[in-house]
Unconditional design. Structure first.
Length: 218
């Protein structure tokens, strides 16, 4: 029902899709709006443009909270937001608003690639934590991928690799890291050399090797 003093309801659509930034950097939503609204008694030029601009601004905050991969949920949240009571406007009153979201072909391709990259990084992190930090599992992984008896040469190579990885992680890497930290702890070059020499002599003592002198270090 429309009162005699009220103006007729108008329906406005977007002549061109609008971009809405999503929570996924570089991958925006493409939005098309359908708006039902009624002008007030105040006259204003380009009122359709004002209605579209206001609705788009309201939609921007909601869309920015959703990832591009979750497009259906983003659309539901956006339409729920647009259907909530709108702030009073002296030029118009929104009766209903609906948005349809989609991704451009370029954005879909970028999203697929980014998802694959994220999964690859996740798998590499998993392998580092559960496989390569435990070198013995390298051999088991090779046996699982290629069941059957491995050639003796390959078995020996895998064993050497496992020992090397384990030795580097447990011995050489911590040693070199401490060496570097010792050197950084002194601003004087001579003191840096003496500190590193003391570390080397400690390592040499474990093997029964004669200590190094300052002249040998130079």
């Amino acid at each position: 029902m429309r009162w005699p003093w009220q103006r007729a309801v108008r329906t406005t659509t977007c002549p061109l899709p609008r971009l809405l930034a999503s929570a996924t950097p570089g991958i925006p939503f493409v939005a098309v709006y359908t708006l039902h609204w009624r002008p007030t008694l105040r006259r204003r030029p380009n009122l359709d443009d004002l209605v579209r601009a206001d609705i788009h601004q309201k939609a921007t905050a909601t869309a920015a909270r959703w990832d591009a991969a979750d497009l259906p949920a983003a659309q539901d949240a956006l339409n729920a937001s647009l259907s909530s009571p709108h702030e009073a406007n002296r030029h118009y009153r929104i009766l209903a608003a609906q948005a349809v979201l989609r991704l451009s072909p370029e954005s879909r391709e970028r999203l697929v690639q980014r998802t694959a990259d994220t999964e690859r990084v996740r798998r590499l992190q998993f392998l580092k934590t559960h496989l390569y930090d435990h070198p013995g599992l390298v051999v088991l992984d090779r046996l699982e991928r290629h069941p059957g008896r491995l050639p003796d040469e390959e078995t020996a190579a895998l064993q050497r690799l496992a020992r090397t990885i384990k030795g580097c992680d447990q011995w050489w890497y911590p040693l070199l890291e401490q060496w570097e930290q010792l050197g950084d702890g002194f601003s004087d070059t001579d003191k840096q050399q003496r500190a590193m020499l003391a570390l080397l002599n400690s390592v040499a003592a474990l093997n029964g090797t004669p200590p190094m002198t300052q002249s040998h270090a130079n």
